[in-house]
Every structure is written in structure tokens, then in C-alpha cells.
Write a protein that binds this ligand. Structure first.
Ligand SMILES: [Zn+2]
Length: 303
């Protein structure tokens, strides 16, 4: 009997509700406690660093793999099992077709995509959160109950708001993300290429990037234009694209680029990471050549 009565009451529209009875609010303002918890929530910060760590660990593994391959190749050339020219040819093929490198590159690209997508979700969350925290709700009180019960302009639910912001963010950042992933993946490609071919110019340069400056014979110069020695800490002048050794630049008593005369400004100098890899891998190959040369000589002496 009591139950039926309840049903009847619930079916009444607000205007007909009997005098003195509560009507539940159409909208509940967020409590201070919830707002402070929301403020502290940071869902994706660690994911980004995990992705970055995974990416550099995989890069290290691929570099080690390339080092091992170089070791085997140079050993074979020293022993006369492969001609030097044939070995140079296999290096270019290796960069394009080696299954381990291809698989590694695919994983790295996926990691880059995940990282960018993650950033989009985080941005949407932060935007939705700011919007929610900025709401100037009055606290729910008995006096305001009536106001909340008849509220017409009801703010979006937290979940709906997030979905709304997210879908806008995903569309907005899709093409920008694609471009960033492409740039990052090309950057990885370049690093792997120069680790295999330390003095070869990059065969797939994007137009906007005047990274690589070739010298005679189509090789990339690894020496500093100031000291004429192989560089140790290469820094690139963003203005003209020329690279110098940091130490010789410190002793250089001019502000003109020795190659082209462009101004050298401290704020325009950046570490040339690609050149650094070239130099390290060039020296690796030189050391291996010497090592196997002496080994082969010793073997011949023993005969
Ligand atoms: Zn220059």
C-alpha cells in the first residue's frame, strides 16, 4: 500500500508536487573533496616516461646489433672472405632490408604513435578538468535545494564533458600527430642509417632539412673546419648547417663560419647528434679494421 503511494508521488511533475515535499535536485554541484581529488589526479605522466625509456632501450639494442654486424663484416673482409666493395654494398641493403632492423623500426614507430595519442588523451583530460574546476557552483544547501531542483541550464556531466573535449582534441590533433610521428620516425631512420654507413650522405632527406653537407666524392666530412681534426663534440650552426667541434670553437677568434662566412652565434648552436653517431661509428669501424688487420697479419706470420 505504502509502495503504491510512493509511485504516485514520483510520477507527479514538479509543478504538481504536493506542498512541503522534497524534490530531488536536477543537478548536484561537485563537493570540495571531489574537486581537490580531481585536481591531484595525474593519469598519464608516468606512461610518457615509460614509452621514452622503452624507445631508447630498443634504440640501444639496434645500435648494438649494428655494431655486431659491423664486427662480423669487417672480420670477413680482413680475412679475404668478402671483397671490400661487396661488403659496402651489403651495408646499404642491410639498412633497407634487414629483418631485425625493419621489425625494430616498426616497433619504434608504434611507440611514437602511442606517445602522441597518449598526449592527446592527457590534453583532453586536462582541458575537461579545468572546465569542471572552474565551475562556480554554490554548495548544495537546504536553502538552495529549490534552485537546484528547478535548474534549467544543467552543466554537462563529467563523463560527457570529457568525451566532448576528447573527440574535439582527437580530430584537432590527428594531422599534427601524424606529422610529429613521421618526423620522429625519420629521425630514427637517419640514426640507424649513419650507424651503418658513417660517412655516407643520407639518401632520403626531407626538403626542409639541410642537415647533411656533402664534400667531394659524396662523403660526409667528419673533421672540424677549424681544427681539421675529427670532431669529438660536434655542434651545428642552425644558421648555415655547418658543424664544428665544441673545443675548437672555444679557441676560435672569429664569429664567422670558416666554411661560408655566416655568423656563429651561441644561441644558434645545437648538439649535432647525427654527426656524433657518425663519428662514433666511423671510429668503431677504424678500430675493427686495425684489430682484424693485425689479427690477419699475425695469422699470416704464423703460416
Ligand atoms: Zn657555414
Amino acid at each position: 500500500m505504502k509502495r503504491e503511494q510512493g509511485n504516485e508521488l514520483r510520477q507527479n511533475s514538479p509543478s504538481e508536487s504536493p506542498e512541503g515535499l522534497f524534490q530531488l535536485p536536477a543537478y548536484y554541484p561537485l563537493t570540495k573533496k571531489f574537486k581537490s581529488e580531481l585536481r591531484q589526479l595525474n593519469p598519464a605522466k608516468t606512461i610518457d616516461s615509460v614509452i621514452k625509456e622503452t624507445r631508447s632501450a630498443l634504440m640501444e639494442t639496434l645500435f648494438e646489433y649494428i655494431d655486431n654486424q659491423a664486427q662480423q663484416g669487417i672480420e670477413q673482409v680482413s680475412k679475404g672472405n668478402i671483397a671490400a666493395e661487396a661488403y659496402e654494398k651489403t651495408k646499404k641493403l642491410k639498412y633497407k632490408e634487414d629483418p631485425v632492423l625493419l621489425r625494430g623500426k616498426r616497433v619504434l614507430e608504434k611507440l611514437n604513435q602511442t606517445r602522441r595519442r597518449q598526449a592527446t588523451y592527457l590534453a583532453a583530460f586536462q582541458k575537461a578538468r579545468t572546465e569542471i574546476l572552474d565551475r562556480r557552483d554554490l554548495e548544495l544547501s537546504l536553502e538552495d535545494l529549490e534552485r537546484y531542483a528547478h535548474m534549467e541550464d544543467i552543466p554537462s556531466q563529467v563523463h560527457d564533458l570529457y568525451q566532448e573535449v576528447l573527440s574535439a582534441n582527437v580530430t584537432e590533433s590527428a594531422s599534427a600527430n601524424e606529422l610529429l610521428v613521421k618526423t620522429e620516425t625519420t629521425e630514427i631512420d637517419k640514426k640507424l642509417f649513419v650507424a651503418i654507413n658513417p660517412t655516407e650522405p643520407i639518401p632520403f632527406n626531407d626538403q626542409e632539412d639541410d642537415d647533411e653537407i656533402e664534400v667531394g666524392g659524396g662523403k660526409v666530412n667528419l673533421t672540424c673546419p677549424i681544427s681539421r681534426l675529427i670532431m669529438k663534440n660536434p655542434v651545428k650552426n642552425k644558421k648555415c648547417g655547418h658543424t664544428y667541434d665544441k673545443a675548437s670553437l672555444a679557441n676560435y677568434n672569429s664569429t664567422d663560419c670558416p666554411e661560408c662566412g655566416a655568423t656563429i652565434q651561441k644561441s644558434e648552436l645545437v648538439e649535432d647528434t647525427l654527426m656524433k653517431i657518425r663519428i662514433a661509428c666511423y671510429e668503431r669501424d677504424q678500430k675493427l679494421r686495425e684489430l682484424y688487420k693485425t689479427k690477419v697479419d699475425e695469422d699470416i706470420d704464423r703460416l
